[in-house]
Structure formats: C-alpha cells, structure tokens
Design a protein around this ligand. Structure first.
Ligand SMILES: [Zn+2]
Ligand SMILES: [Zn+2]
Length: 420
C-alpha cells in the first residue's frame, strides 16, 4: 500500500468544516480591513529564500525542500510566504500606482523538520502583509486583527506578546552590548547558544534551555537601547493596544533571528488548551523589500499557524459542542430492557431525542458510548435502580445527578430538562 510521505497528511472531509470556517472568518475580517487576497506559487527559485531568510539560518541550511529541476535550476518548495509576497509585489511593480498595499494569502508551506506530534512537513499558514506604511498604527492594527480573529473563532485567554527590535540605527549598539554580555557569560551558555553567539546572537535571548534562561536573566534588552524614533514608535503601538482593549505584555525575550526584522515583533498566545501556546507571530521587516531588489518600502506582516489553530479549535469545540442527543438510556440487565425501550420511544415521541443500547453491555462501556454519542444526559436503570424505584438521571456536562422514581418518569425528565 502506498502511503503519504512522512510528515505529510490528508485533511479528510470530516475535518474540513473547521478549516473552511477559519478561512471564511479570516477572509471576512481581512476584507473589512482592506486586505486583498493574493495566491502565489508554492515553488520558487531557491535564491529567493536564501536571500530573504538568510543562507545561514536553520530553515535554509537544513529544512528546505530544495532540488534541481530537469534543467538544473535550483528550486525550493516555499518554507514561508513572506518572501513570495515580497517578490510578487516587486515583480509586478505593485508599488508604482500606490505603494500602500495590504495582502493576505492562505496555503501550504514546506519544511523538512523533525516529525513531532502536531508538526507537519507540509503545514498551512494564513499570512497577511502590509507594504508602504511605516506608521506604528499599522503595527497596532495587525495585532488587533489577530486578536479579533481568534476571539471570533472562540479562543480564550488571548495575550499578545510584543517587543521592539530597534532599527539599523540603534540595533548595532544593542548587539555590541549583548555580545559583550555573552562573552562574559560564555561558560554558562548551552552548546547551541555558544554557536549562535557568533552568527545570530539575538537568538540566544529566546533560548529555551534553563541554564541559558538563567544566564541571560540580566542580559541587555533591545528595549534598553532603542533610539528616540524606535522608542516613540513602540509607545504608540502600546498606547493603541491599551485603547483597543487588546491584552498584551511587553516580552523582551521575543526576538527574530533575521536581520531584516525591525521595530515591532509580536506573537499571540492562547490558553484555550490550558498551557499558553502561540498561534500567530509577526513583525515589521522594513528592509526586506529593498534587500530583494525593490525600493526602500517599509513592510510588516504576520503568519498564523493554521494546523495548530484547527487543533486548538477542535479541542475547544469538543467541550462546548451541542449534544448529539438529549438522553442516552443505560439499561443494564433483563429487567430494565423493556421499560428502557418504552421510555426511549416515549421520549422520542415527545421530541426529546433519546437512544439506548440493547446489547447488554456493562455500565462502563455504555458510559463510553454515551460520551461518543455526545449525549447531554444519561438515564441509568440497572437491577438495583429498578428494585429501589430510583433511577439515576445525570447531566453529562455539569455531572449533576438526580434520582427519579419510575412512576412519572417522562414528566419528571421533562421538568428537569426545563429547569436546566
Ligand atoms: Zn532605532
Ligand atoms: Zn541556549
């Protein structure tokens, strides 16, 4: 049997409703804010990513799907969308009539990462990019849009983490300070950071290793080295977020390893699944358009991890989904079968959707079945309950139980359902 490649997966019809719901909610919101959709090829010249993401990054060095085509041209399955959007913006001279453009695009990206649960080598992103605006109000707008999108999708505990990475004016001063600090604390750094220190010192700041986090507790932050303009920029972003009730914290460990990032960087975290996890991230990349051969046009954008978002939403949905049926009758033992069947019919005739299982299985396996059917309630009738004339009526969500006698059972159930 031929199967999918490792790290690749099918998204099956039973899961597609969620994907479509997210796409629809996102497109509507983008449309409201003046973003237009752009669709781009998934195959690009390798050079595009080598130049934009940087030759020495992990993505380009280890993770890209790169191969020669039949003529020997080096091609790459895109590992992210920003580079392609920028290429398209430059290629079609979209800046000519009006440099201010807002785009969004939804589609698959490819990275040959180590397969892990919930990580795919073909993964999906929702991207938005804004060109031609250097004002901090746009930074705030993008964070607002993300926050609103996740709210509309029912995510909870949303928090934006924001930081400013400075600009080509002020960053060198910071980088020097950071390098000095890292040199002083070299022995305490993890092997990865010892390497990063030379190529990409900024990345030491978001190292997850405990020893590095301790060693870097008092490391210099970009925020301590911002020039006046960067500082003012960041203040306005924060002020707007406060005014628009976007919950955020300033997180000095939020950095981007790539040089073209400048000023605002952000991530949106949710606690929908308990622990905090990031669902989107982005930032300003004012020098990238120029670096890829265009004019000196500022830009900012974000990417949403689509796969992760569907996972979170599937979990959230499970907990607040409408019941598949009102009552699942658990009749255990011969004595209960006949009355159980009659109650079920009577309830169904009264418009209370009910089902029961006639296989005579155990309470435990029938409770499991009730869960699977997403029953709102179970009515438990075993030998003991019948002999004592005391059936158990249990709300599967609140876990509240009522004991009801058999005589007026349908009436009693109706009353209980009404009270809820
Ligand atoms: Zn600056
Ligand atoms: Zn480290």
């Amino acid at each position: 049997m031929i199967q999918t490649i490792r790290g690749f997966r099918d998204i099956l019809p039973e899961d597609i409703a969620l994907w479509q719901k997210i796409e629809k909610t996102a497109s509507e919101l983008f449309d409201n804010f003046g973003f237009r959709e752009i669709r781009l090829p998934i195959l690009e010249k390798t050079e595009l990513f080598a130049r934009s993401i940087g030759e020495t990054t992990d993505i380009v060095e280890k993770e890209m799907y790169t191969f020669p085509d039949r003529k020997g041209d080096k091609l790459t399955l895109r590992p992210e969308a920003t580079a392609s959007v920028v290429r398209s913006y430059i290629q079609h001279k979209m800046y000519a009539a009006d440099p201010v453009r807002k785009f969004y695009t939804i589609g698959p990206m490819f990275r040959r990462e180590r397969p892990q649960k919930g990580r795919y080598r073909q993964f999906y992103q929702i991207d938005a990019e804004v060109f031609g605006v250097s004002s901090p109000y746009i930074d705030a707008e993008l964070i607002l849009i993300l926050n609103e999108l996740f709210k509309r999708l029912g995510l909870s505990g949303l928090k934006a983490h924001i930081n400013s990475l400075g600009c080509p004016e002020c960053r060198p001063v910071f980088q020097k300070a950071l390098k000095d600090f890292l040199t002083l604390n070299y022995d305490r750094l993890c092997p990865d950071c010892k390497r990063r220190m030379e190529k990409n010192p900024l990345r030491t700041l978001d190292c997850k290793s405990l020893s590095c986090r301790k060693a870097l507790e008092n490391a210099p932050s970009t925020l301590g080295h911002l020039c006046n303009e960067c500082s003012e920029h960041f203040e306005i972003v924060k002020k707007m977020l406060v005014k628009q009730n976007v919950d955020f914290i300033v997180d000095k460990t939020l950095v981007r390893g790539l040089d073209y990032y400048s000023r605002t960087a952000f991530e949106i975290l949710t606690t929908s699944l308990g622990a905090q996890s990031a669902v989107a991230g982005g930032g300003r990349y004012d020098s990238l358009v120029k670096e890829l051969g265009g004019k000196d046009i500022p830009a900012i954008g974000f990417a949403i991890g689509f796969d992760r978002l569907t996972e979170i939403m599937a979990q959230v949905k499970k907990s607040d989904e409408k019941p598949g049926l009102d009552i699942f009758i658990i009749a255990i033992g011969k004595q209960a079968m006949e009355p159980g069947y009659l109650w079920m019919s009577e309830l169904n005739l009264a418009g209370i959707k009910s089902e029961m299982d006639f296989s005579g299985r155990s309470l435990k396996s029938l409770m499991k079945r009730a869960d699977k059917l997403n029953a709102g309630h179970v009515l438990i009738a075993g030998d003991r309950e019948i002999n004592e004339n005391a059936l158990i009526f249990r709300n599967m969500n609140t876990r509240k139980q009522n004991i009801i006698p058999m005589d007026n059972i349908i009436k009693d159930i109706k009353k209980l359902l009404k009270k809820e």
